[in-house]
Each structure stands twice: as structure tokens, then as C-alpha cells.
Design a binder for this molecule. Structure first.
Ligand code: UT7
Length: 328
């Protein structure tokens, strides 16, 4: 049987309307636009403020946009994976809720939780389903309402994160396009530096956990920063070198956590700055949604045959890089 590859056939996205600027943040906590721009590179981020709306609503809007652009009908989808750390509920999976909201009836669906590496891990997973030949149309969604787990009294974390969603459609091809190589890694000892303390089976929610503000993102920024720079650059460089990719022609699609991390990875790969996708200034860190949001914004600039190295680092710790050849 011929070898199949999983190609991206289209990209959709959705961000909520509300724009939280650095100026507004500096009236909420002791921070400044200058500090946030120089230390992180974020100017503003989008927040979901509508009552009764959740991650599945952002995800469903992104998939609707994807369906419109690609002419896909809901009943044609075989599998939908949603990468998120901010599901609507502990269960059922947000992917099931997205399917219900869009009338996707012939698919199976599940969520994948791997923090900021969520989209890269989900792309790796989805590619295997497509390569098997059994699944012809696979939708991959990265969707987050990070504002639901951010403490807006904590200046160390609240400037960083934003809400949003992106989605891609994967299909099989026998040609050498799509997901062609990858390198992944995990080290659970890193969990001490980035986690949510309460709400899981280790510390179920109580009045005390709420009073102690333990249901928010806990991050030791410097430790995460050091790991992120090294691991993201390691895997991105490994994938690039192993496949002989030309640094002058390769696009870097890096998770948007911090402009300084992105710059360090690009330098290590010796890429020219115009080949590095960056939109952190507009959306902040939308966790599993950063990468599809980049692909959505850059889609018009990409050409068939372009080489992309998609890479991310996140909680776990988890990290990964994928070589993808653009197919349209
Ligand atoms: O996406 C998932 C993975 N996450 C990441 O990759 C995030 C990685 N980490 C980072 O991006 C950075 O570590 C942060 C952006 C989180 C923090 O930047 P930093 O340069 O590492 O700052 P820091 O934590 O070392 O803090 C430096 C100083 C401290 O003051 P002192 O102790 O030097 O007086 C902080 O209290 O900056 C202070 N600070 C702030 N000042 C103004 C911390 N947050 C703020 C703030 N505004 N918002």
C-alpha cells in the first residue's frame, strides 16, 4: 500500500471581540506597557466576556470558519480532536460539545490536554489517524478561554495569556506533502514549575482552595523560560537539520509564549526574521490556539511546497517540533 501523509487543507480561526490592552492591565495590577512589551512582547490580548459562552463556542466558531473556507460539510468529518486546558467542563470532552453545536454526527471526538504543546501533540496524533487510511477528514481544534483560569490580581501571570481558537482540516495524500517528520519530548519533573494546584483528584475543590486562589495558573516564569528556550530550540533544530531544510526558506511556526523565547529559537536555527511567524503582540499566549492562529494569519503568504517547522513547549513539561510541507 502507498504511504499516506496528512496534509492541511485549510485553516479557520476565531477570537473574541474584547481587547484587553496593557494600559487597562496597568490599572488592574502593578505593571506597565513598557515592562510587558520588553519582557514578553505583548501589546494586547482578546478575552471572552460573554455570559454563558465557553471554549466550545470559540472552537465551534473556528471550525465554522474552516468549513466555510474549505466547503466541508459537518457530516463529512470522521474525527475531531480538541486540544485545550480550559474545557467547558471536567467532562464531557469539549470536542463532543463542538460536534454537537455544529451538527457533526458521523465523527468520533476527544480532547487532548498538553498545555501549550497541545496543538503540536494533537497534530502528531491526528496525522497518525490520517496516515492509517481509515480517516479521510480530520478536524483539529486548539481552543482556550485562558481568562477562566488566570488570576487578574497576579501581575506575574495575568499579562501573558489570552483567549482564542484555531482549527485545521487534515486529509490524506500519497504525495510528499503535509506532516513529514517530528520530534517530541516530555519530562514530568517539570510539573512543579507550571500547574494548577487545586481542582484535580490531588486537591479537589473546597471553600479553602477557592479562598487561597488555588484554581489559577501557577507559573515559576524563569524556570519555565529556561526550559522552553532549550527544548524548543533542540527539537526545532533537530527536525530542520535531519531533513536538510534550508534556513533561508523554512518558516518557523513557534508557540507564542514570549517574544524572547521565539527570538532565541530563531537565532539557534539561523533563520531570517521574516521567516518567523509572530502575532504574540495581538493575542498573547492562547496556549493550544497559538499555532493555528499563526497559520490562519499567514495562510495567504504560504505557497505550495513551503517547509514549515512548527514547535511548542508547555506544561508537563512537554515539547515538540513537526516538519510540515504546505500543500496549497
Ligand atoms: O506557554 C507555556 C510556557 N510558558 C512560558 O514559556 C513562559 C516562560 N516565562 C516567561 O516568559 C517569563 O519568565 C515571564 C514573562 C513569565 C517573566 O519574565 P522574567 O523576565 O522572567 O521576569 P521575572 O519573573 O524574573 O521578574 C523580574 C522582575 C521581578 O521583580 P524583582 O524581583 O526583580 O524586583 C518581578 O517581580 O519583574 C517583576 N515583575 C513585573 N514587573 C512589572 C513580574 N511581573 C511583572 C509585571 N510588571 N507584570
Amino acid at each position: 500500500m502507498e504511504k499516506l501523509h496528512a496534509v492541511i487543507k485549510g485553516v479557520g480561526a476565531y477570537v473574541p471581540d474584547y481587547v484587553l490592552t496593557n494600559d487597562e492591565l496597568s490599572r488592574m495590577v502593578d505593571t506597565t506597557d513598557e515592562w510587558i512589551m520588553s519582557r514578553i512582547g505583548i501589546k494586547e490580548r482578546r478575552l471572552l466576556r460573554e455570559e454563558g459562552k465557553a471554549t466550545s463556542d470559540l472552537g465551534a466558531e473556528a471550525v465554522k470558519n474552516l468549513f466555510d473556507k474549505t466547503g466541508t460539510k459537518p457530516e463529512e468529518v470522521d474525527l475531531l480532536i480538541c486540544a485545550t486546558v480550559t474545557p467547558d467542563m471536567r467532562f464531557p470532552a469539549t470536542s463532543c460539545i463542538i460536534c454537537d453545536k455544529l451538527g457533526i454526527k458521523n465523527a468520533f471526538a476527544f480532547d487532548l490536554t498538553s498545555g501549550c504543546s497541545g496543538f503540536v501533540y494533537a497534530l502528531s496524533t491526528a496525522a497518525r489517524y490520517v496516515e492509517s487510511g481509515r480517516y479521510k477528514k480530520v478536524v483539529l481544534v486548539g481552543a482556550e478561554v485562558m481568562s477562566s483560569i488566570i488570576d487578574y490580581t497576579d501581575r506575574a501571570t495575568c499579562p501573558i495569556f489570552g483567549d482564542g481558537a484555531g482549527a485545521v482540516l487534515l486529509e490524506p495524500t500519497a504525495e510528499a506533502y503535509g506532516v513529514l517528520d517530528e520530534e517530541m519530548g516530555t519530562d514530568g519533573s517539570g510539573r512543579t514549575h507550571l500547574h494548577m494546584k487545586a481542582g484535580g483528584s490531588l486537591m479537589p475543590p473546597t471553600h479553602e482552595t477557592v479562598d487561597q486562589r488555588l484554581h489559577y495558573v501557577y507559573q515559576e516564569g524563569q524556570a519555565v523560560f529556561k526550559w522552553a528556550v532549550v527544548k524548543m530550540a533542540d527539537v526545532a533544530e533537530a527536525v530542520m537539520k535531519r531533513n536538510g531544510l534550508d534556513p533561508d526558506k523554512t518558516w518557523l511556526v513557534p508557540h507564542q509564549a514570549n517574544l524572547r523565547i521565539i527570538d532565541a529559537v530563531a537565532r539557534r536555527m539561523e533563520l531570517s526574521p521574516e521567516r518567523v511567524m509572530i502575532n504574540i503582540h495581538k493575542y498573547g499566549n492562547t496556549t493550544a490556539a497559538t499555532i493555528p492562529l499563526l497559520l490562519w494569519e499567514w495562510e495567504k503568504k504560504l505557497q505550495k511546497g513551503d517547509d514549515l517547522v512548527i514547535c511548542a513547549f508547555g506544561s508537563g513539561f512537554s515539547w515538540g517540533a513537526i516538519w510540515l510541507k504546505w500543500a496549497y
